[in-house]
Design a protein around this ligand. Structure first.
Ligand code: FAD
Length: 555
């Protein structure tokens, strides 16, 4: 059985962080910080990871969920990034096969589109070349008829043909969680809802971080030889905490997605398209019973914690999708959920269009020694982490002469749940445990080799075997598992990041959220007030999201 990863381990880890000096403190539990903590702990570096909210509550649960080479980047000549991302795609498909799955994308071409057939064909050859022809499959071009057959609901007027190419889709928040848990397994001390508020220095060098424990309402100081700022869109705020007046390095851009009922769009698979409004590359993606359309790309300079979709963002996405699927006639009332995230992109010094802002990452070192890593992609997090931890290892070597031999085998070791050679075999084993095939498939896709642990909870307690919400295969047992093994500490943690109820369930599963609160209360020993507060916290998130969907009253 996998070690616990829960409110209890969180408490113990915070005590241990406060007690002793560490080698490395990583601030930020998105994909970047999670990858760094896993890599560092695996090299034997005494590591702590602090996340101010829930793991992946920032950008890393609001992505398009693609593990991709980045076809679009070819237009900007970012060949090195495509090469690196293609390699990382191959690695992630191997180490987390349950969370990262191959996906075919149809790229249709209509008359007058910004990307014509010849340009698309040339791009796709280059795309396959940059993955050393080791992508899931090589692309193929399609005639107009073949495109019509593949996607019958697609606008036929002006359709010239298209192509199918391959990338991968993933569960972004669970990929973060898998990395955080891998870090914990390798010995890292880990806590969510623990926010760094200020720094302590000695002779101008950063020595400690003052941390608010947002669960127990106390403050502690964590001392470490090296501190890494992996806070994505918050990176400049942390840099300015270290060096008041530090010049910002970020140019955050906002990306919005909407989820609509799949039946309304009628797409049979994933599509890459150019928006007829402004020619930007966008995606139409099948996520179970919903179709997700995204994304926008606009400059944003507000509070990263307050980013949200606007009515204009939603109109843009729906109009773009309607142009491609004219029978869908999508209107704001059809939107099940909408959400926004911030790309922590780097300022390029110029006024380039948002889509042309480089997606490369950068590592900066301040006078006090704070290492900041920002930019990059979900897809490339593992190699970014290895590069950053090389620097940490060098610093530690300079400090006390220790030798941290070589890089960690993060490309070869499966992530938690990824220790599985045959996912279908696992599905069949779960069906033998009297689970429905839909439930078995869902558990395997969510937990991989750990699916049996969830199934066992359901087998032992028939109440836990019940589906949580109608129309989705999520089981009550998952909430218990998530509290014990995935550090779920609130109703929102379950509904928004460990399951997909917030984004994919019509009504955001609000009617079952009291059941989730009740199960968590039993697991976490909450009193009635704490249970009610956690439930209210989730309902407030739902309310905030729905406000964005409600058109303002006509004046
Ligand atoms: C709309 C959109 C779509 C995208 N699609 C894709 C895609 O399909 N594929 C892809 O590869 N990439 C994609 N990306 C890019 C990718 O999502 C990001 O590069 C990546 O998630 C950034 O991760 P991060 O860990 O750096 O930042 P974050 O995920 O934002 O993590 C930073 C964390 O730091 C925490 N934090 C902040 N301040 C503090 C503090 N004081 N103390 C403790 N913790 C703190 C925050 O709570 C947050 O959780 C997309 C991005 C967006 C916005």
């Amino acid at each position: 059985m996998d070690p616990a990863f829960s409110a209890e381990t969180r408490h113990a880890d915070l005590e241990a962080m406060a007690a002793g000096p560490l080698d490395l403190l990583v601030i930020g539990g998105g994909i970047t910080g999670a990858g760094i903590a896993r890599d560092a702990a695996r090299r034997g570096i005494r590591t702590a990871l602090l996340e101010g909210g829930d793991f992946a509550s920032g950008t890393s649960s609001r992505s398009t969920r693609l593990v991709h080479g980045g076809l679009r980047y070819l237009e900007h000549g970012w060949l090195r990034l495509v090469f690196e991302a293609s390699r990382e795609r191959r690695i992630l498909l191997r180490i987390a096969p349950h969370l990262v799955r191959p996906m075919a994308f149809l790229f249709p071409v209509h008359a007058g589109a910004r990307v014509g057939r010849a340009r698309l064909a040339a791009g796709l050859w280059l795309y396959d070349l940059l993955s050393a022809f080791r992508n899931v499959h090589v692309h193929r071009t399609l005639s107009r008829r073949a495109v019509r057959k593949t996607e019958p609901q697609l606008r036929s007027k002006g359709l010239l043909g298209g192509a199918v190419y391959y990338d991968a889709c993933c569960d972004d928040a669970r990929l973060v969680l898998a990395n955080v848990r891998a870090a914990h397994r390798a010995g890292a001390l880990v806590a969510s809802y623990a926010a760094v508020r200020s720094f302590e220095k000695a002779a101008g060098q950063l020595r400690g971080s003052v941390v608010d424990d947002l669960v127990d309402g106390r403050q502690l100081t964590v001392r470490a030889h090296v501190t890494v700022n992996a806070t994505g869109p918050w990176a400049d705020a942390i840099r300015q905490m270290d060096e008041p007046g530090a010049e910002p390095v970020l140019r955050p851009t906002k990306g919005v997605h909407v989820a609509v009922p799949h039946a309304r769009v009628g797409n049979t698979g994933a599509l890459t398209m150019t928006s007829p409004i402004d020619g930007r590359v966008m995606f139409v993606l099948p996520w179970d019973d919903v179709t997700v359309i995204g994304t926008t790309d606009t400059d944003y300079d507000g509070d990263p914690g307050a980013v949200g979709p606007t009515a204009d963002d939603i109109t843009y996405l729906l109009r773009s999708a309607n142009a491609l699927f004219p029978d869908a006639r999508l209107a704001p009332a059809d939107v099940i959920a909408a959400w926004a995230g911030l790309r922590p992109l780097l300022r390029d010094g110029g006024q380039a269009a948002t889509a042309a802002v480089p997606r490369e990452h950068r590592i900066l070192e301040s006078a006090s020694g704070l290492l900041t890593i920002t930019g990059g992609k979900l897809t490339t997090y593992r190699s970014m982490a290895a590069e950053l931890v090389d620097l940490v290892a060098m610093r530690l070597h300079r400090l006390d002469g220790r030798s941290l031999a070589g890089r960690a085998p993060t490309a070869d070791e499966p992530l938690p749940g990824g220790e599985v050679a045959d996912l279908e075999l696992l599905v069949r084993e779960l069906v033998k445990e009297r689970l429905s095939e839909a439930a078995a498939r869902h558990l395997v896709a969510t937990y991989g080799s750990e699916a049996m642990a969830v199934a066992n909870l359901a087998v032992r307690d028939s109440l836990l075997a019940e589906p949580l919400a109608s129309g989705m295969p999520v089981l009550r047992a998952e909430v218990v598992h998530q509290a014990r093994r995935e550090m779920a500490l609130s109703v929102s943690d379950v509904m928004m990041r460990r399951t997909h109820l917030f984004r994919q369930h019509p009504g955001q599963g609000t009617e079952v959220s009291p059941v989730v609160a009740g199960l968590l209360a039993r697991e976490l020993g909450w009193d009635a007030a704490r249970e009610a507060a956690s439930l209210a916290g989730y309902l407030a998130e739902v309310q905030r999201m729905r406000q964005a969907l409600t058109p303002p009253p006509a004046s």
